[in-house]
Design a protein around this ligand. Structure first.
Ligand SMILES: [Zn+2]
Ligand SMILES: [Zn+2]
Length: 344
């Protein structure tokens, strides 16, 4: 498998961000990403003006963020953005009817008394027939929810790496519960807007380059990317749609190699895959370095240890995922996998 690191959920000058695609791709190159996903509010203007393409060696793909007051929805592989005036059920359906797919954006975003705005999702079971996914980790939403006062804001600006917590436990629990009914792909979004339009934040923190070094979504593909836009976009979008991916907090460290799969016979069930359980199955997790590993089964802790590699024979049917924390004294959330669905 080939692993590619992407920055997901970016606003550009075609909505309320501060840069065109070239500036976005340059920032992505500086921060070491292979691809970026643009999600301007309620528009595909960037797609029509600039198109999807490789810029500075980075593949720029374009979706949109359907943005009513709350219940934001990140959609990809669409030709038209559904109106934000219709119900969430309707706009999610309209995305899937035209062959697209998407993710509930920042579903549990906390309110902030300094910048009051309710942007969470009201209800999760929008439509179980649609295999929409969840943005379980959102850098900007976490940042906005991490302080309640001006002194808290200053602390976050001075120590940006300290505020980034794991995804909201409520989101994780809902994600695990949904996963028991159907596969639910997850992504980590940055929700980057660039420096210029957030003038009250020190530019270095709000810049695209800085924010692209925070949360990443790594996709895994069977074939390598070759520089052909039409071919490569399909590989990346299919991996995202399926949940053949894992989420990384780059504040805690880069990732050279990570694997989480269930082996049985000659087969290997990878993240995002759904298979019938077989007692000969062995869960195998290989981390990029020694770290604290938590294996979650059906929403509950199943096993944990500090290790670089773990094998768990015959774990039983269930929905499995792993969480990895790095550091001895103040462990930081590092890697969150997508699920393996071993159905009994
Ligand atoms: Zn949003
Ligand atoms: Zn956004």
């Amino acid at each position: 498998m080939y692993h590619y690191s992407g920055v997901v959920h970016i606003h550009t000058c075609y909505s309320d961000g501060s840069s065109d695609f070239s500036g976005i791709a340059r920032a992505a190159l500086k921060s070491g990403a292979h691809f970026v996903l643009v999600n301007d509010h309620d528009t595909l203007a960037g797609l029509y003006r600039e198109g999807e393409k490789y810029l500075h060696g980075v593949l720029v793909l374009v979706g949109s963020e359907i943005t009513p007051q709350r219940n934001h929805f990140l959609c990809y592989d669409v030709q038209r953005v559904p109106s934000n005036k219709i119900s969430p059920r309707e706009y999610v359906r309209k995305v899937y009817r035209q062959g697209g797919f998407g993710f509930l954006a920042h579903p549990d975003q906390k309110e902030n008394p300094l910048f009051p705005a309710k942007m969470h999702w009201d209800h999760w079971n929008v439509d179980m027939e649609m295999h929409y996914g969840l943005e379980i980790w959102n850098f900007f939403a976490q940042w906005m929810g991490s302080f309640q006062s001006v002194s808290g804001l200053i602390k976050n600006i001075l120590f940006p790496k300290a505020f980034l917590k794991p995804p909201n436990p409520k989101t994780l629990l809902e994600w695990d519960r949904l996963g028991e009914k159907r596969p639910v792909p997850a992504i980590a979004g940055v929700d980057a807007h660039g420096g210029r339009n957030l003038g009250w934040l020190p530019t270095i923190l709000s810049s695209y380059v800085h924010q692209f070094k925070t949360l990443r979504t790594y996709v895994m593909t069977q074939k390598p990317l070759l520089g052909n836009v039409q071919r490569d976009r399909v590989l990346i979008l299919q991996a995202l749609k399926k949940g053949c991916s894992y989420l990384v907090n780059h504040y805690a460290g880069r990732v050279n190699h990570f694997s989480f799969c269930a082996h049985f016979g000659d087969h290997c069930c990878r993240m995002g895959e759904e298979v019938d359980y077989d007692p000969s199955m062995v869960l195998e997790i290989v981390l990029p370095a020694k770290a604290h590993l938590r294996v979650i089964k059906n929403g509950s802790l199943y096993a944990q240890c500090t290790t670089e590699k773990l094998r768990l024979p015959n774990p039983g049917p269930g929905v499995y995922r792993v969480e990895v924390y790095k550091g001895k004294f103040r462990p930081r959330p590092w890697i969150f996998s997508n699920h393996l669905y071993l159905r009994g």
